[in-house]
Design a protein around this ligand. Structure first.
Ligand code: URA
Length: 228
């Protein structure tokens, strides 16, 4: 009996996704061997990220440049296979110029460690690079101006897994209006060969401590997918 017919629907979906990704990876390896893989020709993500960062430091693509202290580009290992994507910098991030250094970042670091993920395993960035005043929700014109920056970062890093933190990043990356509670923990495909695993935003887990376990569970799934 084919393996798919013995699985529950969500397991079946996971199995098909895995098979699909294996085919894409094999094809990439084939192209690599023949020197035909365009992507692997310019493999210096560290340099490319630095150059890209410098090129947008003085961005005035939306009105947030007026109130920012720093443009918060991203941090972490440019060779990481896991990319975490949050919403936008908060007060501390704006002051320091680095994402997730405030209370939400501390909770995230704690849960990453509990899931067995190390700092060198990840790269982390936000959808918006500048802080919305008072941490208000991002506006459509801000997202429109800033999303190409995130997409470029994803293109340079080419992670195997993106873990979207919270409703906002998840909806933007998956172009959906579905709520985070129904999306979290369910792997989806982003472009041709990147898996997105949506999870709860760590800031939301500060206010709902019982959600911390769900965040942990999703990060453990990220870790399993990486080694699977
Ligand atoms: N929340 C986010 O979404 N990003 C940060 O960098 C900090 C808090």
């Amino acid at each position: 009996m084919p393996i798919h017919s013995r699985l529950r629907p969500e397991e079946k979906q996971g199995e098909i996704l895995r098979e699909y990704l294996n085919i894409v990876r094999s094809f990439r390896q084939y192209l690599d061997k023949r020197g035909l893989n365009q992507r692997s020709k310019d493999e210096d993500p560290e340099r490319r990220l630095k150059e890209f960062h410098s090129s947008i430091l003085t961005c005035r693509g939306c009105s947030l440049y007026r109130t920012r202290t720093h443009l918060v580009f991203g941090r972490g290992n440019s060779g990481a296979k896991i990319m975490l994507v949050g919403e936008a910098p908060g007060r501390e991030e704006d002051l320091e110029g680095r994402p997730f250094v405030g209370a939400a970042g501390k909770l995230l670091a704690q849960e990453l460690a509990r899931a067995g993920l190390r700092n060198e395993d990840i790269y982390i960035a936000n959808v918006l690079k500048c802080r919305p005043p008072g941490n208000r929700d991002p506006l459509p014109e801000e997202i429109e101006a800033c999303l190409p920056y995130l997409k470029r970062q994803i293109g340079i890093l080419h992670p195997r897994i993106i873990c979207s933190l919270g409703k906002f990043a998840t909806q933007v990356l998956l172009s959906t209006q579905q709520g985070i509670t129904s999306l979290r923990g369910k792997p989806q495909l982003y472009e041709e060969d990147i898996i997105i695993i949506p999870t709860l935003h760590p800031a939301a887990c500060i206010y709902n401590p019982s959600w911390g376990n769900l965040l942990l569970r999703d990060l453990e799934l990220v870790k399993r997918k990486l080694s699977g």
